[in-house]
Ligand binder design. Structure first.
Ligand SMILES: [Fe+2]
Ligand SMILES: [Fe+2]
Length: 169
């Protein structure tokens, strides 16, 4: 387990996992989940066991990721942008998009990967996640970079890392 290095100047001596800014961490999650989706899409239609396994990993990642965004990142973003209308709208849309993803995860949890509807639902999940990631990276994260300074983003990054560790425990 990485140990948090304390430094008066902040950045230079923090360990990689504790000193990464929140946006970089969230983008890394996006990248990982994209890779898992790609692996799942490369499977033949009959590879149901592998699909089940990959789906389990994707679902777990998406749930933890949404949780840390909803509990840590979005509230901080909203607070620091003082609920300005465009920023507030971004966050409200993001919650709605998370809602759709959670609904789809619930449906997939209850569907046998051997069932042909599983693949259809899985494809819709992938498309929704891709859309949501585009919105976050193309809009919200850019707004957040402008509104929060590096130190705040690193602080949020530490809280995200800690919440993820707790969720995984
Ligand atoms: Fe995200
Ligand atoms: Fe999100």
């Amino acid at each position: 387990m990485p140990i948090r290095a304390k430094s008066r100047t902040g950045e230079a001596t923090t360990t990689r996992s504790r000193g990464t800014d929140a946006i970089a961490l969230l983008k890394q999650d996006h990248k990982e989940v994209k890779a898992l989706f790609e692996q799942a899409c490369a499977l033949g239609t009959r590879a149901t066991e592998q699909r089940r396994k990959l789906y389990g990993q994707i679902a777990a990642q998406l749930r933890i990721h949404s949780q840390v965004e909803e509990e840590i990142f979005y509230p901080a973003f909203r607070e620091r942008t003082r609920n300005a209308s465009d920023e507030r709208q971004e966050v409200l849309e993001a919650y709605e998009e998370h809602g759709i993803v959670k609904h789809l995860l619930g449906e997939l949890d209850a569907t046998d990967p051997k069932d042909e509807s599983f693949l259809a639902k899985f494809q819709v999940l992938k498309e929704n996640v891709e859309h949501h990631v585009r919105e976050e990276e193309g809009e919200m994260f850019k707004m957040a970079r402008a509104a929060l300074d590096k130190e705040e983003l690193i602080e949020l990054g530490s809280r995200i890392e800690a919440a993820k560790e707790e969720a995984r425990a």
